[in-house]
Design a protein around this ligand. Structure first.
Ligand SMILES: O=C(O)CCC(=O)C(=O)O
Ligand SMILES: [Fe+2]
Length: 359
C-alpha cells in the first residue's frame, strides 16, 4: 500500500486534499492524481481527472499519478533487472556503449552526459569537467527501427536475454500509458479525446534506466556544485519517472528554490517536457529539476559515510519523429489575444538537436 505523503515527509509537506503542497512562496503544488476513474469512471469522472492532470501541467508542470495501470510487480521486476545490468563488469557495459544522438540507444558511463538548462548549453563542456553528473544510464529506444538497433546484452548470457524481454514488455506498457496521458491532456485542453493519437502512435520514446552509484558524503560537502544529475528540463512531451525509496529528486519552484519530490510508493512522477510546452504555446510548463544527495539519510544509513546507490527509471515520451509540432488549437488566436510563440518544428529534428547539445 502507498504511504501517505504525510508519513513520508512529516516536517515540510502540508497535505491538502491528497496533494503535496510544498510550502514555498508561492506554494508549489505537486498533485497526487488518481488515474483509476480515467479508465473506469463515468464520463464526468473522466473529465474531472483530465482537468486535474492538465491543471497540474499548467501550474507546477509535475504531478504524481496513482492507479496508473502498471502493476507494482512489473515495476519492481524492472528495477531488479536494471540493478543487475549495472552490476555487470564495466567492460561489458562499455561494449554496449551509446553512439549517436540520432540513435540515442546504449550505455552511458559516468560523466558522459551533463544535464543542463536551455540557456547554459554553451558551457556544458566546462561544467562537465568541474562537476560531472554522478550517474550511469542505459538508453533503450523503439525496437526494429532500421539502422538504429538497441544495444541489448542478450548475446552475453541468459540474464541478458531476460533483460531484453523485461525491458521490451515494460516499454510497451509505458507507451500505452503515454497514450492515455495524452488523451487526458486533450480532454483537459478542450480538444477531442483522441486528438493526439496520430502523434503518438509510433512510440518514438526512450526508456532510460538510471543508476546513481554510492557516493562518499564528502564529495557533496567539498564541492557545492556537485549533484547526481544537474538542473535541466526534459525535452519531449511527458516523462514517466519511477523512483526508488531513497529520494534526491528536486523540482524547481517558480522563484528558483528547489523542493523535494519525495518518493511515494506505487506512484509515477510525471512531468511535461520542452516540446509539449512549445506545442501548448507555453500554457503547459516544462519545469526544471535535478537530483542531489538524499534529503535525510534513513536511520540505518545515517551513520554511514556513504550515500547508497539510487536507481530510477525515466520513460521519455515523444511525438512520432516525423510529426510537425505546431501550436495546439485554442492556445493562440485573435479571440484570446495570444500570438503563436514558436515556429513549427519536426519532433525528431527538435529532439536530435537537444541531444546533440548534451553529449
Ligand atoms: O533520476 C531521477 O529521479 C530523475 C532523472 C531525470 O530527471 C532525467 O534523467 O531526466
Ligand atoms: Fe529529467
Amino acid at each position: 500500500m502507498a504511504n501517505s505523503p504525510r508519513e513520508l515527509h512529516p516536517a515540510s509537506v502540508a497535505v491538502n486534499k491528497d496533494d503535496l503542497v510544498i510550502p514555498v512562496n508561492p506554494p508549489l503544488r505537486l498533485s497526487l492524481i488518481d488515474f483509476g476513474p480515467f479508465f473506469s469512471g463515468t464520463p464526468s469522472d473522466k473529465h474531472a481527472v483530465a482537468l486535474s492532470i492538465t491543471e497540474a501541467f499548467k501550474t507546477s508542470g509535475f504531478l504524481y499519478l496513482k492507479n496508473h495501470g502498471i502493476p507494482p510487480s512489473v515495476v519492481s521486476q524492472v528495477f531488479s533487472s536494471s540493478a543487475r545490468f549495472f552490476d555487470r563488469p564495466q567492460d561489458q557495459k562499455n561494449g554496449l556503449g551509446w553512439t549517436t544522438p540520432q540513435s540515442n540507444r546504449g550505455y552511458v558511463a559516468i560523466g558522459r552526459e551533463k544535464l543542463a538548462t536551455l540557456d547554459e548549453t554553451g558551457e556544458i563542456d566546462t561544467r562537465r569537467k568541474s562537476a560531472p553528473d554522478i550517474k550511469e544510464t542505459m538508453e533503450i529506444g523503439r525496437e526494429d527501427v532500421d539502422g538504429l538497433p538497441n544495444r541489448w546484452p542478450d548475446h552475453l548470457d541468459d540474464e541478458g536475454k531476460r533483460f531484453k524481454e523485461t525491458m521490451l514488455a515494460f516499454f510497451e506498457m509505458c507507451k500505452n500509458l503515454h497514450k492515455q496521458v495524452m488523451n487526458s491532456i486533450a480532454l483537459g485542453m478542450n480538444l477531442p479525446e483522441h486528438f493526439f493519437d496520430e502523434f503518438v502512435s509510433d512510440g518514438d520514446n526512450n526508456l532510460r534506466l538510471l543508476h546513481y552509484p554510492p557516493v562518499h558524503k564528502d564529495v557533496f560537502k567539498k564541492n557545492p556544485d556537485q549533484v547526481r544529475a544537474g538542473e535541466h528540463s526534459d525535452y519531449g512531451s511527458v516523462t514517466l519517472l519511477f523512483q526508488d525509496r531513497h529520494g534526491g529528486l528536486q523540482v524547481r519552484s517558480p522563484r528558483g528554490s528547489f523542493v523535494d519530490a519525495t518518493p511515494i510508493a506505487d506512484t509515477i512522477v510525471i512531468n511535461a517536457g520542452d516540446l509539449l510546452a512549445r506545442w501548448s504555446n507555453d500554457t503547459i510548463k516544462s519545469t526544471r529539476h535535478r537530483v542531489i544527495q538524499p534529503p535525510k539519510p534513513e536511520d540505518e544509513e545515517s551513520s554511514s559515510d556513504i550515500y547508497p546507490s539510487r536507481y530510477s527509471i525515466a520513460y521519455f515520451c515523444n511525438p512520432n519523429n516525423n510529426k510537425v509540432i505546431k501550436a495546439l488549437p485554442g492556445t493562440y488566436g485573435e479571440d484570446i489575444h495570444v500570438a503563436k510563440k514558436y515556429t513549427d518544428v519536426t519532433a525528431g529534428d527538435y529532439l536530435v538537436q537537444r541531444l546533440t547539445e548534451t553529449y
